[in-house]
Design a protein around this ligand. Structure first.
Ligand SMILES: Cc1cc2nc3c(=O)[nH]c(=O)nc-3n(C[C@H](O)[C@H](O)[C@H](O)COP(=O)(O)OP(=O)(O)OC[C@H]3O[C@@H](n4cnc5c(N)ncnc54)[C@H](O)[C@@H]3O)c2cc1C
Length: 227
């Protein structure tokens, strides 16, 4: 399917949302991803294709992706993405993925770092649009600027059972969980999203705490070196 770039918007200095208009009706479930291919000259060893979680909500109809653009050392793909002009068309495949919410009777803990916020922002926007409440806690890890901060604060006013805690790193997040949830950890479903290394470390931490695999959903954003 072809998709046409219709909007670019900075969320922070380095995090940009790109919104596309699909050539035909496109349905997805909040939390799913698409695969974008950008044909460009002299692609590097990472190639022309990338997976991106859709950061817009299904009711918004047009899929957006939100990504970090490393100003100093971007891949050829990210350079080509940044160079896209409004009206340019690229290829998209999907949607796919199971990082979705299917039971609002459960209690959720989201552990999210940086641009890993993309599935959560889509999920929470869609639930709020449908007037549905989620019982959850968002542990949102950011070193500096926070993507979607204002949007999240607005949504929280309508989501009375959802709390947001801002944290600086994964160690502080682990301490927070140990302090507040050690004795009732099995009552929660954990959704973890961010760079692969952070997600893998969090998975190990949850395994050690005895959280069953059935109660963990993990979105590994491969490609980011660290954080
Ligand atoms: C299911 C899924 C969902 C995802 N959702 C998102 C999402 O919502 N948002 C998002 O941003 N990402 C998402 N990702 C990750 C995304 O697909 C990219 O892998 C990621 O954004 C990194 O992009 P990049 O490889 O273009 O590298 P860049 O972002 O340009 O660079 C990342 C790091 O790699 C280094 N680097 C760049 N090019 C090379 C190279 N050729 N060789 C060696 N090192 C290099 C850079 O120096 C930098 O440190 C998702 C991945 C999966 C699997």
């Amino acid at each position: 399917m072809k998709v046409k770039l219709i909007k670019k918007q900075n969320e922070t200095k380095d995090i940009i949302t790109f919104t596309f208009e699909p050539e035909k009706k496109f349905n997805w479930i909040a939390g799913q991803y698409i695969i974008l291919t950008i044909d460009h000259k002299e692609p590097d060893n990472r190639g022309k294709m990338r997976f991106f979680t859709i950061s817009s909500a299904p009711f918004q109809k047009n899929p957006s992706i939100t990504t970090r653009i490393n100003q100093d050392e971007s891949s050829s793909f990210k350079k080509a993405l940044t160079a896209l002009e409004i009206g340019n068309e690229i290829d998209a495949k999907g949607p796919d993925g199971d990082f979705i919410i299917d039971d609002l009777n459960k209690k959720y803990i989201f552990i999210i770092k940086g641009v890993g916020i993309t599935p959560f922002i889509s999920i929470i926007k869609q639930l709020t649009y449908e007037n549905k409440k989620i019982d959850g806690l968002l542990l949102y890890i950011n070193k500096d600027e926070i993507a979607f901060e204002n949007e999240l604060r607005e949504i929280l006013k309508k989501q009375s059972k959802l709390r947001l805690i801002n944290l600086k790193n994964l160690d502080d997040t682990k301490s927070y969980i140990l302090k507040n949830f050690k004795n009732n950890i099995s009552k929660h479903d954990f959704y973890v999203s961010g760079a692969s290394i952070m997600t893998l470390e969090t998975e190990k931490f949850l395994d050690n705490l005895g959280v069953e695999k059935d109660n963990q959903k993990l979105d590994y954003f491969s490609g980011y070196k660290n954080n």
